[in-house]
Design a protein around this ligand. Structure first.
Ligand SMILES: [Zn+2]
Length: 337
């Protein structure tokens, strides 16, 4: 399983974004992240989820990189990633995914969830109905973010909390885009939930592609050293874009969705059920649903079937490769070819 995990980490971090975006940085991020957990990161996250999350438990997930002017309903990187994880958490672990985010960014998330076959229900109904996801608005504001964190932990008692493409604060408490600009959106300060979960010894996982996302505080020195604007941003705060939120497992990925799919693939392998990994057609339908709900491509701010500047075929092929890697792990043993 370790070799599969290493190969999945490798695939998720191969530089293939548009020229000028993150070239040569992922290797540094991955090495630092692997050192923290002592092995492949996606597999480590999946193993810990398997240990902590039992049937009926709640797993909280969050995404949503947005900007009131440029990305008013967020982007296509993030919603398909958390929806794919919600799908396997429900179908594979029989646990209850709880999706958290700003009211602006939850539309595309909910649209992707529906593609996976999960019904979105109120928390009371979710507890009695299988194949259900819950959606909850996380309010903006510092104090509101702290209060909501306490409420979520008390009310839902989540056994794992996962962020994918969710921006966290730098050392001055300020949220930045990957290009070193202060975020203009009224962001949910959901890193408070991760801090509180850590205090309560609840599993925390961060997935991101630039170093400004929740979880990169775990390897912040590496972000400051290797990422443009990591140490010094373009805004007056001069604190750099590196996030400061520490998590149990940080998963660097070339595109954040891919990191989430890496964890999904490892979960499918650990559960010995390759069908739990979503395929290219579902990938296309998830991205399409998120675009219809207003999510833009993050690189161009366009309503196109693209994620981080790469066209749909790229992402379908990526998912196909991951799916094949998991299938092949079981195929030879079964001799069913
Ligand atoms: Zn700044």
């Amino acid at each position: 399983m370790k070799i599969l995990g290493e190969n999945i980490d490798r695939l998720c971090t191969v530089d293939m974004r548009l020229e000028g975006q993150s070239r040569g940085i992922m290797d540094h991020f991955l090495m630092a992240a692997v050192e923290k957990v002592g092995g492949p990161v996606a597999l480590s996250a999946a193993e810990r989820i398997m240990t902590e999350v039992k049937r009926g438990d709640v797993v909280a997930l969050t995404t949503g990189a947005f900007d009131t002017r440029y990305l008013p309903f967020g982007e296509t990187d993030g919603p398909p990633g958390v929806a794919a994880l919600a799908r396997i958490i429900s179908y594979g672990l029989h646990a209850k995914p709880l999706l958290l985010g700003e009211k602006e960014t939850l539309g595309p998330v909910e649209a992707c969830l529906k593609v996976t076959g999960l019904m979105v229900r109120d928390p009371e109904d979710a507890m009695i109905a299988p194949y259900t996801a819950m959606v909850e608005i996380y309010p903006p504001g510092e104090e509101e973010g702290q209060a909501k964190a306490r409420e979520i932990m008390d009310r839902f008692k989540p056994k794992a909390i996962i962020a994918a493409e969710k921006i966290g604060p730098n050392k001055n408490g300020i949220l930045h885009s990957s290009t070193g600009i202060q975020c203009s959106a009224p962001y949910a300060r959901i890193h408070h939930l991760f801090d509180l979960a850590r205090e309560q010894k609840v599993l925390t996982i961060g997935i991101g592609d630039n170093g400004n996302e929740i979880g990169y505080g775990t390897i912040a020195d590496t972000v400051r050293q290797h990422k443009p604007y990591g140490d010094v941003c373009q805004c007056e705060c001069k604190g750099g874009i590196a996030d400061t939120t520490v998590v149990d497992v940080i998963i660097p990925a070339n595109i954040s969705n891919w990191g989430a799919y890496g964890v999904e693939a490892c979960l499918a392998a650990l559960l010995k059920d390759p069908d739990l990994m979503h395929g290219p057609e579902m990938e296309r339908r998830m991205v399409e649903a998120s675009v219809k709900a207003g999510a833009c491509d993050g690189a161009f701010g366009m309503l196109r079937l693209m994620v981080d500047g790469l066209p749909m075929e790229f992402h379908m092929s990526f998912v196909h490769l991951l799916q094949a890697m998991v299938q092949n792990k079981f195929k030879v043993r079964k001799r069913d070819f």
